[in-house]
Each structure stands twice: as C-alpha cells, then as structure tokens.
Design a protein around this ligand. Structure first.
Ligand SMILES: *Cc1c(COP(=O)(O)O)cnc(C)c1O
Length: 409
C-alpha cells in the first residue's frame, strides 16, 4: 500500500500568499473600480540588460550548430561559469576553488535541498521572521513533531527572533543547535548583518560544530561597502558555512533560473573530515539534478562580465531608488520604517499597535495597495509589514502618492 509522506500534513497550510489573494479578490469584487497596486511580491519587474540578452542569445545560437551544440553538461555547472564565479568572489577578497561552487537552477531549490545532506536528528534554528522555505523543508524532512497552534511555531525548531530591539539580527542560540539558517540582506526585514555579527555566529558554529546555511541572494543590493556580501569575508567561515546565492535578484533571472551554492572543502560537521560534505553535496546534485540550462549558464557568464556587472548595478540602482521613494513617503507620514537601504525590502512597524493583517486590510481599503503581513514570515513578524521595491517606477510613485494622501493615521 502506498502511503503519503505524513510530514507534509504537518505544514501549517500555505497560508500567507493564498490568504492575500483571497482578501484581494473579495475587495476587488466589492470595489470593481479600485485599481489595485501590488507592493507585496518579491519578484523582479525590469527587463534583462543588453549584455545579458547577448549572452543568452549566444547560448541559443550555439545550440543551432553541430560544432557548438551541447547536451548534458556537468551537473555541478559549466567549468567556465564556476571559474567566473570563483573570480567574482576573488575580486572581493574571498578565495574559493571552482569545484567548491555548484551551479543550480536557483537559491530556492538549493536552500530547500541542502538540509538533506545532514542528519535527520539535526536541531535546526531559523531567524524569525524568515523566508518560509527553510522552515517548511525541514518540516517535510521530518525534523518536527508538528505545528504548535498556540505558539505559532513548530515543535523542536529553534526560533531566533529578529525585532527592532536587536536591530533585526538574532542573539546567539542559548542551546546546542546543529543547523543555522541566516539570510543577509534579509528577506523580509531588509536588515544586513555586520561582519561582527556574522563573526559571532561563525565562532558559535565552530565551537558547537554547527553548520551555518547562509543565503546571500540579495548581496548585490548592499550599498554600504563596510557590510559583508559573503559570509566567507569572516575568518573561519569556510570551516562552518555553506553559502547559497542566485542570479534572480542580482540580474533579474527570476524566470531564467540560475543560482549557485558554495560548499567549501574545509567545511566539516561533527563526524566528517574536510572534503566529505563537499563531495556529499556533489553526490546529491549529480543524483537528483541534471544541471542548470546551458542557455541560462551563458547568461550567467554574461552577468559576471565587466559590462554585465555594470549593467546589473544600474538595474539594482533602479530598484534601490524605488526603495528610497517608498521609505521617504512612509517616513513623511511619521511611520517607522526599517530596511530599504541595502536591500529591496522595507519593513514597516504597523502604526498604533495594529496587527499585521489589520494593517493589510487598512492599506488595501484606504489606498488600494497590497503589501505582505509580517506575521506570515514567522511569529516575530507580527506587528510588522513588508513592502517590496520591485516594481515599475510609475507604479511605485503612484502607490506612495496614494499612501501619503489617503492612509488615515
Ligand atoms: C528570492 C529569494 C531567493 C531566490 O531564489 P531563486 O530560486 O534563486 O529565484 C532565495 N532566497 C531568498 C531569501 C529570496 O528572497
């Protein structure tokens, strides 16, 4: 008899985005005249830049000729792209070998799959609030007994609250944890960890033989040069951290699909020698994955060219200008806003102690603007609200104009 993987039933419903869609639909039915603007989604909106389009075209053209055609490539990614990635890190002072990089179809699948190379018994810790993938995939993997409705948390998981009181970077765990997920710049809070903050975690991980899974998908949004873009800028991190990153927010590849994961050879767990985790991730990828699209990888190589990087910086500058417009608009109303200076997300403290969902309804009703309730990212997100800087400028300006004119505070 076939039986379902019971752990899926423990998931506390895909609540957040379906609930946003439901409330939006009802509002639209009741107000057919309302032109709803969405500042809720973490999805890129602006076209790929010319150098990258050329790279993708070249990838397509190569498939049209028998001399340059290629079928399956290395599951870990084209050697050329892995070398370019190593060069990209070397330019910011991080020395890694190309076979420490694993090219993938994105940071979401990698951050979902990486837990599978670690013991079932691992005690897992998460920033709260966090990108939901880390928690949900550990639920599916069977590392929790179930959801505790009263607490709003999963049993057996360690939640590390990130609130205004700790500048949205968590205190170190008080207990032994084995896997630690960190995301900086952070989705949803927009906060960026300093080198000192990461150093404390690296020291903790080395002392406790824990492994940090560091999601750097937004690293290119860091404008402040003193902030680390890679965890490997911290000494000792190669022994205790895996870094996952992506071309999605960096270069607008959300639909193209391309990312990478770094598993250093120096990385060890309590029961492994250096090199084994690197080989194990390689084994996992070569077994479950047949490599990223060869066209996408040509595009990725173009991103890492000098012109590609310059163009991507401009593209990111566009979104960061959106972030500035939103932040200044909200601040002009006297609202308390975090993030948005080194990340494309603004994290708003809901006014007058409203709950995240109450503010969602208020914003929708009074301004026809959609955002994302902070509580959807974890219990510590209650009382906060995420606005995204991804969008066309006119829409961002219109949304901010409506908020400043119509939101009743
Ligand atoms: C958008 C996002 C990703 C990107 O995932 P891809 O699969 O590369 O598109 C990863 N992590 C976080 C926190 C994100 O917000």
């Amino acid at each position: 008899m076939a039986r379902i993987n019971q752990h899926y039933r423990k998931l506390s419903a895909g609540y957040l985005f379906p609930e946003i869609a439901r409330r939006t639909r009802i509002f639209q039915q009741e107000h057919p005249e309302a032109e709803i603007l969405r500042l809720g989604i973490g999805n890129t909106t602006e076209p790929l830049t010319p150098t990258i389009i050329d790279g993708l075209h070249e990838g397509v053209s190569r498939l049209a000729s028998v001399d340059t055609y290629s079928g399956y490539g290395d599951e870990q990614g084209d050697k050329d792209l892995r070398e370019k990635l190593a060069g990209f890190y070397a330019r910011r002072g991080v020395e890694l070998e190309s076979d420490e990089f694993f090219v993938s179809d994105g940071a979401k699948p990698d951050s979902a799959n990486i837990q599978s190379i670690f013991s079932q018994e691992s005690k897992v810790a998460f920033q709260d609030p966090a990108y939901p993938v880390y928690v949900d995939t550990n639920v599916i993997a069977g590392r929790t007994a179930g959801f505790d409705e009263q607490q709003g948390t999963y049993r057996d998981f360690v939640y590390l609250p990130c609130t205004a009181e700790n500048n949205f970077f968590p205190e170190l765990p008080k207990e032994q944890v084995d896997l630690l997920y960190l995301c900086s710049p952070n989705n949803p809070t927009g906060a960026v960890a300093t080198k000192e903050q990461l150093k404390a975690y690296v020291d903790y991980a080395r002392k406790h033989k824990a492994v940090i899974i560091f999601d750097a998908s937004y690293s290119e949004y860091i404008c402040d040069e003193s902030l680390p873009k890679s965890i490997y800028e911290v000494e000792g991190a190669k022994e205790c951290a895996i870094e996952i990153s992506s071309f999605s927010k960096f270069a607008g590849f959300t639909g193209v699909r391309l990312g990478w994961t770094i598993v250093p050879k120096a990385l060890t767990a309590e029961d492994t020698q250096p090199g084994e985790l690197n080989r194990t991730w390689c084994r996992r990828q070569t077994t479950f994955f047949n490599g990223a699209s060869n066209i996408a990888q040509r595009g990725g190589a173009a991103v890492l060219s000098e012109d590609g990087l310059t163009e991507c910086r401009q593209l990111i500058g566009y979104y960061m200008e959106n972030a500035r417009i939103i932040r200044e608009g909200l601040q002009s109303l006297g609202l308390t806003v975090y993030g948005g200076d080194n990340a494309p997300y603004l994290w708003l403290k809901t006014p007058s102690g409203m709950s995240s969902w109450e503010f969602f309804d208020k914003l929708l009703e009074e301004t026809w603007v959609i955002g994302t309730p902070g509580s959807g990212f974890g219990p510590a997100g209650e009382g906060y609200f995420r606005l995204s800087a991804f969008g066309h400028r006119e829409q961002i300006e219109e949304a901010v104009a409506r908020i400043t004119a119509r939101l009743k505070l």
